[in-house]
Design a binder for this molecule. Structure first.
Ligand code: AMP
Ligand code: MG
Length: 327
């Protein structure tokens, strides 16, 4: 079974082809291009969607060339139906619908966040993990219970990715800023106290963001170090409590911020204490990509019929805990 996955929820336009053989999935190609806003600014949805429109056909051609297949070889197409930025989502949906109707290929809308979880499980081999999803759009602790991913904790305001990106932009860096902040943080070990806000199993980052902006005069390196230490310790505390409560013996971390080594090292300590195995999605597949959409589409196709054209929706708000999963 060959599936083309199309991702366009925010900054990334990506196409990927995965071949599924029983339970195994092989990524044949995964091509992406990322919209970069001007330095100091966030994503402008209209500009990002223009980037996606301009790049979509060359990314699709590259993806098919790399996978060495022709469009007619595809058994199905999956696209990210949400959650995400409306103008960006529509580009991916239009590309998917056009290919599907012209070449008569079955089409599946996919929840982007569930794509992160399914691809994480495929690539790490985790079976029944507690999941920490940390990205530009999500900060959630999740466990699969009774046919749905259930939320055990989440951010009450901005996401961990937004915290890093907004702080980085205040220093004048171009978004996304997570990697730059990580590079600066490694150069310091001076901790400047910052607000630490864990409420039950939820976290809140907006007060931390405001306070961190006020300590930059003490040096960018120390400010980045203190921001990371505080935010990641909050996440680690909530994760440890959720592991203990759910008694899961695996922890898997997915989403763009999963690329951060300091976060992984703190979570490894948590796993050691809770006697759980630690899995982190490979760096190259931590962020948004077509593979996450293709793989979830393939899993869905085991139990669901393809969508009719009138059901090929996009939804800006589409929480993953509202999706029934029966594959
Ligand atoms: P996603 O939405 O899954 O594509 O993830 C994007 C987010 O990951 C952005 O907020 C980035 O700043 C963040 N990110 C990427 N690399 C790193 C890193 N090495 N450390 C922390 N955050 C990162
Ligand atoms: Mg994402």
């Amino acid at each position: 079974m060959l599936c083309l996955g199309i991702e366009s929820t925010a900054h990334t336009f990506s196409c990927a082809v995965i071949e599924k053989n029983q339970k195994r999935g092989k990524i044949l190609s995964d091509v992406r291009r990322i919209y970069k806003p001007p330095e100091g600014q966030g994503i402008h949805p209209r500009e990002a969607s223009r980037h996606h429109i301009e790049n979509s056909s060359s990314i699709l051609s590259e993806c098919l060339d790399e996978s060495k297949i022709k469009i007619n070889d595809l058994d199905m197409i999956a696209y990210a139906g949400g959650p995400g930025l409306g103008p960006c989502l529509r580009v991916g949906a239009v590309v998917a619908r056009s290919l599907s109707s012209y070449y008569k290929i079955p089409i599946y809308p996919v929840n982007h966040a569930i794509g992160h979880l399914d691809l994480g499980k495929l690539l790490t081999g985790a079976k029944n993990p507690l999941v920490l999803l940390v990205s530009g759009g999500h900060t959630m602790l999740l466990a699969f219970v009774s046919g749905r991913w259930r939320v055990f904790g989440e951010t009450l305001d901005i996401t961990l990715g937004q915290l890093l990106d907004q702080f980085g932009r205040s220093l004048g860096f171009a978004s996304p800023c997570g990697r730059k902040i990580e590079e600066l943080a490694i150069k310091s070990s001076k901790y400047i106290p910052l607000p630490y806000t864990v409420k039950g199993n939820d976290v809140s980052f907006s007060g931390l963001l405001s306070a961190a902006k006020n300590i930059t005069s003490e040096g960018f390196d120390s400010a980045c170090f203190s921001l990371q230490e505080t935010a990641f310790a909050m996440i680690a505390e909530a994760t440890e409590r959720a592991l203990s409560f759910t008694n899961k013996k695996e922890l898997m971390i997915v989403g763009g911020v999963a690329a951060n080594k300091r976060l992984s090292s703190m979570l490894k300590d948590v796993c050691r204490r809770q006697d759980s195995k630690f899995f982190v999605v490979p760096l190259n597949y931590a962020g948004d990509c077509g593979s996450q959409i293709a793989w979830t589409g393939l899993l869905q196709s085991q139990v669901k019929k393809s969508a009719s054209m009138k059901d090929t929706f996009v939804k800006q708000s589409w929480r993953l805990d509202t999706v029934d999963i029966d594959y």
